[in-house]
Write a protein of this length. Structure first.
Length: 620
């Protein structure tokens, strides 16, 4: 087959309201279903009309603070109704929202705030203390609630157009500095049209799990609210499990990374909870065929493999999985999107041949915030469409004979960990900034479970003494948790190739190293500690766990912590939210917390029993 075949597969033209903004589409949905439930989180519900009123008031308030077209407004609020209200209000005011996950280290937030120079930052009193000093005006939704509630509830007039910014999301940068991706309303509205054709127009109940600093949240939070969905926002500190929320709300649509879906597939009870789902979207990292096979044991709904970089607006290609395949394709381009596989001379390769993947069409974004050189490097003129541009993804792919694309890997040192895009160079730069570090290399390795973990190899300066704990602590104060390596290996020198480059393939393999925080012989004590240790060992692949070991010092991360939290909830039948796990990562402390919870439940059961006996006595 010739390269011309791939051109035929790129005829994806679809009409869409290219002159409308996201705010306009939301207003039209409010008019269609004003009394339907729009959002719910932590038991608090808002109808479309109520959500419209709340966002109108905040939008008026923001306009008085200077928010308008192409004005960036930061949002540092946990996953909640308030988070979504802030996002919509910024869009209604005509501005563009910039997500700042409040769980990120203050230094990381400060880096983004400084680079973006945002004039306004929305937050809550609870998160205000974690925000860095800056020139931005801080608006606290609860601290200024009276002033916001006094604003008009009438629709907001804005001069924003489809060509103005809708949001800016910062992604990892290879130079050690994150970079902001600028997405316009027209990019997003086209993406919405593409999802209409993939997912279908019938609304349902969507469980929103994703951090809003991850661009796939745009599908969960904004496409849904312009299509009449009920959006259930899973709070960060929820005591309910994800399977529990799916069952309780009768969720019909769910988007997840393969890493998270693997947790569902590994547990029969969790897998059974997916029964109400009609559509399951998996993306953000490679989708193993074995995971699809595991999910199919009890899940009968539609499964989609989704692919797309932030620079081409969320998802650019999709594949509905109808049959078992040895390798799951990333599919075909969505509406008004083109995909090309080129050789090093930017010539299309034949079908079946591997090459560099470029994405074009209406999803290609404006570029990088204040980074014109990088924008020019990664976005090139489209040789086949006048005035169009292509984005160089850095991914290696090939076209299959049926027109689907197959992802084959990366051409650089970028990796995906639990759906988050990471430039290994950014972590290496952060390590080499630490006193005592002469050289650092970070690699991603795949575990037996299929999860990827980061390993850092460190060479110390002469006479310097480094420890894994000190290096980990230094990174945790500057980088998000998903960018902190699970393993730190100290070497005398790094292996080199014949031409003097670092030989990454010759780096020694890593294994779980126990943290000797106590004596060498420090086994778990009592049945509860032993049961927790067994759960840790299964998830971490560790041969031995000590009672004073720290889960994260052994290579654990937030997703594996969630897996343990699932297990502990099932073993002990007590609430054990992820936030509690993160606050008590030492095994003995977790055991103590569980003992206290079990005693509380026992006491509550005893009280209920005594009350029941007293009522029986009165009725005799």
């Amino acid at each position: 087959m010739s390269p011309s075949d791939s051109f035929e597969w790129n005829h994806t033209e679809v009409e869409y309201p290219r002159e409308k903004t996201i705010a306009r589409l939301f207003a039209e949905q409010v008019a269609r279903t004003p009394d339907a439930i729009a959002i719910e989180s932590a038991g608090q519900r808002l109808t479309y009309r109520q959500l419209d009123v709340r966002t109108n008031q905040l939008a008026h308030y923001l306009q008085s603070a200077g928010v308008g077209p192409d004005t960036l407004a930061g949002v540092a609020i946990e996953r909640s109704n308030d988070m979504l209200i802030a996002m919509l209000a910024i869009l209604k005011a005509g501005g563009a929202y910039l997500p700042l996950d409040p769980h990120y280290p203050s230094a990381r937030i400060g880096m983004v705030v400084e680079d973006s120079r945002i004039p306004v930052l929305l937050t809550t009193d609870r998160n205000r203390g974690n925000l860095p000093a800056s020139g931005a005006r801080i608006i606290s939704l609860d601290g200024e609630s009276k002033a916001i509630a006094s604003q008009s509830t009438s629709p907001v007039t804005s001069s924003a157009t489809a060509g103005d910014l809708a949001y800016v999301i910062y992604t990892s940068g290879s130079t050690g500095k994150p970079k902001g991706v600028m997405i316009e309303h027209r990019n997003v509205v086209n993406f919405f049209a593409g999802m209409d054709r993939v997912i279908g127009p019938e609304p349902g109940i969507w469980l929103a799990l994703t951090s809003f600093s991850f661009d796939i949240s745009v599908l969960e939070l904004l496409w849904t609210l312009t299509r009449g969905f009920q959006v259930v926002i899973h709070p960060d500190d929820s005591t309910d499990t994800i399977p529990g929320e799916i069952l309780r709300h009768g969720v019909t649509h769910l988007q997840s990374t393969p890493s998270l879906a693997r947790l569902f597939a590994s547990d029969e009870q969790s897998l059974a909870s997916l029964g109400s789902l009609k559509k399951l979207l998996l993306g953000g990292e490679a989708l193993p065929a074995s995971l699809v096979q595991s999910l199919r044991k009890s899940f009968t709904g539609e499964i989609f493999n989704m692919y797309g970089p932030t620079e081409t607006t969320v998802w650019s290609t999709t594949y509905r999985i109808k049959e078992q395949r040895a390798s799951i394709p990333i599919g075909k381009p969505i509406a008004n999107t083109q995909a090309y596989v080129f050789d090093s001379q930017l010539r299309p390769v034949a079908v079946g041949e591997a090459g560099d993947l470029y994405i074009g069409g209406d999803g290609v974004v404006r570029g990088y915030w204040n980074r014109p050189e990088l924008t020019a490097e990664r976005f090139i003129p489209d040789p086949f469409r006048k005035g169009g541009r292509l984005y160089r993804t850095g991914d290696i792919a090939r076209f299959l004979p049926d027109g689907n694309l197959e992802f084959l890997g990366r051409s650089d040192f970028q990796v995906k960990i639990r759906g988050f895009r990471i430039e290994l160079g950014e972590i290496e730069a952060a390590l080499e900034q630490q006193p005592g570090v002469r050289q650092a290399v970070v690699v991603a390795s795949e575990e037996k479970s299929g999860d990827k973990r980061l390993a850092a190899y460190i060479v110390a300066k002469a006479g310097e003494s480094l420890t894994a704990n000190s290096l980990r602590a230094a990174l945790e104060s500057n980088l998000p948790d998903y960018m902190v390596p699970s393993h730190f290996v100290l070497l005398e020198s790094l292996p080199l190739t014949a031409n003097g480059k670092i030989d990454r393939k010759s780096l020694p393999a890593v294994s779980v190293q126990t943290a000797h925080t106590e004596s060498a012989d420090d086994p778990p004590q009592g049945e509860i500690e032993q049961m927790i240790a067994q759960a840790w060992a299964e998830v971490l692949g560790a041969a031995r766990i000590r009672r004073h070991d720290n889960f994260f010092d052994l290579g654990g991360h937030s997703l594996s912590a969630l897996q343990i939290a699932f297990k502990l909830r099932q073993m002990f039948n007590v609430d054990f939210p992820l936030q509690t796990f993160m606050e008590t990562p030492v095994l003995s402390a977790q055991a103590k917390h569980l003992e206290e919870k079990l005693l509380e439940q026992a006491d509550a059961g005893l009280v209920d029993e005594l009350i029941g006996e007293m009522e029986q006595e009165r009725n005799r």
